[in-house]
Design a protein around this ligand. Structure first.
Ligand code: SF4
Length: 229
């Protein structure tokens, strides 16, 4: 089972398709893909706020009564609404009151993310397989993720504000269409929410500023931040 935020790299969708075909050929199984009916951008820009306390807070801060803005450290709404909630809902539906075991693919070097819960198992942690080993096992079986991991350290949502600056530098170079889409999301967020955690992509950087910085670096120039962003 996987939860699709709708913002993965095209290569990742192709990879999932390949895994699905493999699973079906070898085991007669298909991957179940869960997806929010309205998606990432609707949640970011349009989801209406209903709770009175939330509406009052927004009015006080001069924010519109809709849209969640960029995900932040304190409010990582994307993981919650586009992944965790959907998976929990689906497990509940499948279980129908019965007990079940959930197998989660967290690698051994990320074991700190595991939860002490009898219903959850972490086979990679149990077998001591770390991220690099898991990737090599995939490569050895012909799954190369379309080369994503030769470019990026992590390959989740292309628009993730928690990714490293270096990953964003690579995004601009290797996925210019996704980079343009990110620039557009950034512009919309700043226009809708302003210069605050809702409208700001990273604490110290908008995507537009990063675009200028990367372009300056390419020319061998030092980037000087423009005060008008
Ligand atoms: S990868 Fe980033 S943007 Fe995507 S769901 Fe996770 S935290 Fe949110």
């Amino acid at each position: 089972m996987t939860a699709d935020t709708g913002m993965e790299f095209p290569e990742m969708y192709e990879h999932l398709q390949k895994v699905d075909e493999y699973l079906h050929r070898e085991r007669g199984l298909h991957i179940t893909t869960l997806k929010h009916p309205k998606g990432f951008e609707w949640l970011m820009f349009e989801q209406p706020k209903i709770k009175a306390s939330s509406l009052a807070k927004r009015e006080r801060l001069g924010l519109p009564p809709y849209g969640n803005g960029w995900p932040g450290i304190k409010v990582r709404w994307c993981c919650g609404q586009l992944k965790v909630h959907l998976v929990e809902q689906e497990l509940k539906r499948l279980a129908q009151g019965r007990k079940f075991v959930q197998y989660i693919g967290i690698a051994a070097d990320e074991a700190r993310r595991c939860k002490a819960d009898k219903g959850k198992r972490y086979p990679l942690v149990d077998w001591g397989i770390d991220e690099a080993q898991a990737l090599q096992i995939c490569y050895d079986r012909g799954f190369d993720f379309g080369g994503l991991y030769q470019i990026y350290h992590r390959a989740s949502c292309f628009c993730c504000p928690f990714q490293r600056i270096e990953e964003l530098r690579q995004l601009r170079l290797h996925h210019p269409l996704l980079w343009d889409r990110l620039l557009d999301m950034d512009k919309r967020a700043r226009e809708q929410f302003g210069a605050n955690p809702w409208g700001q992509f990273k604490q110290h950087w908008s995507v537009a500023e990063l675009a200028e910085r990367f372009a300056a670096e390419e020319q061998g120039e030092k980037y000087v931040r423009c005060k008008c962003h």
